[in-house]
Each structure stands twice: as C-alpha cells, then as structure tokens.
Design a binder for this molecule. Structure first.
Ligand code: TYM
Length: 332
C-alpha cells in the first residue's frame, strides 16, 4: 500500500443500513478513499453478540457488503472484507482481552444499554465486544477511525488498551484517533429526536433505511416529530428541527443559514417534504447500484475474497508481533 495514513472502520450486518449509519459513517468512508489507505469491514463477528438467525445473518452479511459497494466503496481502491474471513481478529481479541480490565468494560454505556434491551441474553461476547473492536482497529495500525459519536467510548478504550500493551511489552501499536464529523455524527430518531436513530427502534417511523422507496421515505419525514413553533431555525431545544436540518444540510451541501433563508416564512410541512425528497433523491443511485450488485453474487464474492486476502496479510504482520512480544513460542 502507498505511504498514506491508514483508515479502518466497520459496520454490523444486522439488516440494511440506516440513514444514521450512512450519514454518520459510510458516506465519510467513501470520501476518504482518495487521500488514505482505507480498510472497511463488515463486522459479522460483532453481530452475534445479539441473537441472530443464521440464515438471516448470512444474507445480511452479503447484503451489507453489497451496500458498502453501492454507497461508493471501491474495492479496487480500498480493502473491503468480511470480518470472520480474517482469523487474526479472533486471535488478537484473546491477547488484548488479557490487557483489558473488567472495570473498564463495565463502564461501556453501549453494554449497559444492550443489556437492558436483551436482559435474557447478557452474554460474555456482549461484554467483551469492545476488545474485539480494539483488535479490529489495532491489527491494521490504523491512524483514524471514522465513526458516529456512539462509538467514541469504544475508540477511547481501544487507545487505552493499545497504550497499556505498548507500556507492558514495548511499542507494538499505533494509537488510533476517532474521526467524527461536526454535522451528522448523531442522527436522531424521527419519532423521539432526543434519542439516536437506531435500526432496533420498535417504531418503524423512527428510522429511515437507505433502501426504502421514495414514498416511504417522504411519508416518514412528513410524520417526523418537531416542536410547537413554525420557524425553521437551528436552536437549542429544537431537537426535531435541528435533526432535520443536519440531515438536509448533509444531503444537499447547504449551510444552516442557507436552509433558514430557503424556508423563511414557510411552515414545517414544506420543510419536511423537502427533506424527504432530498434524502430520497440522494439515495436513489445507491438503491439502483445495490440491485445491480445483488444480481451479481459472483462479483461480490470475488471482491470479498480478495479483500480478505489483503486484510489477512496486513493483520498477521501485527498479530505475529503481538505473539512475539507476549512470549508465545513460534511453531517453527
Ligand atoms: P454499527 O454497525 O452500530 O454502526 C456503524 C456506524 O454507523 C454509526 N452510526 C451512526 N452515526 C450517526 N447517527 C446515528 N444515528 C448512527 N447510528 C450508527 C456508528 O457510529 C458506526 O460508526 N462496533 C461498531 C462496528 C465496528 C467498528 C469496528 C467500527 C466493529 N469494529 C472497528 C469502527 C472500528 C458498530 O456496532 O457500528
């Protein structure tokens, strides 16, 4: 790979991507491909921390891979692979787990939230998930990790674990940094704009999935919860409107000032329809490209096989360094 900074990020294949995944993460990944060495991963090993049907997980994994390409990840420019195809992730996980404290994992807010959501399945994988994620990042000596705000705490943990390992065993890992954009790092639910847009929301109107058709997208935006004012402006306490403005700003490239001017004297109804239309138009090429890619599974397989080979080659350089540092005897 050329001598550029290294980017790594991942996404779980638990159904199609949401508008939050797209705006907070994947959209930025596509833009970074020119200036960085990018490595993107479908995190299927992370997905089984929550119960998944095997057939559904298999389908969702291939669909998520196709969606990555449909969103603009070019497998010729970036390394795009499926996590379980590279055994180094599971191996790094064990070694790093032995440099991670129980106490620091207990403080992870996502663990607490997911435990509350699935009280009948608080498995050890859910608890140690941030260690697996630290391995994902550290194995590639990543400089930057583009994520939404909800992953920031996991990233800080990855840095802490890397630092501790480096101190114990000598320099092994580069310390990664989160790359979080100012606008769009946390897209909110359309039904409760004080909480994150999430694919596991029980209310189907709360979340936009990026493969939904234009009518559905516009209908969901029309129903978006706002406030009792009528003026489109970005301000504290106007969570619903702020959320719609950030979405509109990202998909149209307009600033908040431009948007306030555009909708001056017009009600929320007009604004919501405009946001719905802009989002649907922005996503139309992704839908078309996804359909084309899903009709060509051989091509997808060729891409993820090649991606896994490259990812495995890079990751094993770090893994063998880790094994040597902790004192594992080489087999030959
Ligand atoms: P996941 O699959 O939950 O989400 C993928 C990416 O989408 C971002 N995101 C959002 N951004 C803005 N607004 C939202 N409402 C929103 N919802 C999700 C997430 O922040 C994330 O960047 N553990 C990770 C996957 C992972 C990973 C990694 C990421 C595995 N290994 C290594 C980075 C580096 C996860 O569950 O993301």
């Amino acid at each position: 790979m050329e001598d550029k900074k290294i980017i790594l990020s991942g996404i779980q294949p638990t159904g199609t991507f949401t508008l939050g995944n797209y705006i907070g993460a994947v959209r930025n990944w596509t833009k970074m491909q020119e200036d960085y060495n990018c490595i993107y991963m479908i995190a299927n090993m992370h997905a089984i921390t929550v119960r998944q049907g095997p057939a559904a997980l298999r389908n969702h994994t291939v669909e998520a891979y196709a969606l990555l390409l449909a969103c603009g990840i070019d497998p010729e420019k970036s390394v795009a692979f499926i996590q379980s195809h590279n055994p180094a992730h599971a191996e790094a996980n064990w070694v790093l787990a032995c440099s991670t404290q129980f106490g620091e994992l207990s403080r992870m807010t996502q663990f607490k939230a997911k435990s509350e959501k699935h009280p009948d399945d608080i498995n050890a994988g859910l608890f140690t998930y941030p260690v697996l994620m630290a391995g994902d990042i550290l194995l590639y000596q990543s400089d930057l990790v583009p994520v939404g705000i909800d992953q920031k705490q996991h990233l800080e943990l990855a840095r802490d674990v890397a630092q501790r390992f480096n101190q114990k065993y000598g320099d092994t890992f580069k310390l990664p940094e989160a790359y979080i954009t100012e606008v769009g790092a946390k897209i909110m639910s359309l039904q409760d704009p004080t909480s994150k847009m999430s694919k596991s929301d029980d209310n189907p109107n709360a979340c936009i999935f990026i493969l939904e058709d234009k009518d559905t997208i516009i209908r969901k935006f029309k129903r978006a919860v706002t406030d009792s004012e009528t003026c489109v402006r970005f301000a504290e306490g106007k969570d619903g409107i702020n959320n719609l403005m950030s979405i509109y700003s990202v998909v149209t490239g307009k600033s908040y000032d431009d948007i306030e001017r555009e909708f001056e004297g017009r009600g929320y109804g007009d604004f919501k329809i405009a946001v719905g239309e802009a989002v649907a138009d922005h996503l139309a090429p992704v839908r078309e490209s996804f359909a084309r890619l899903m009709a060509n599974k051989d091509y997808l397989k060729e891409c993820y096989t090649k991606g896994a080979e490259t990812a495995t080659r890079i990751a094993y350089k770090t893994l063998s360094k880790m094994y040597k540092k902790v004192g594992f005897v080489p087999s030959r």
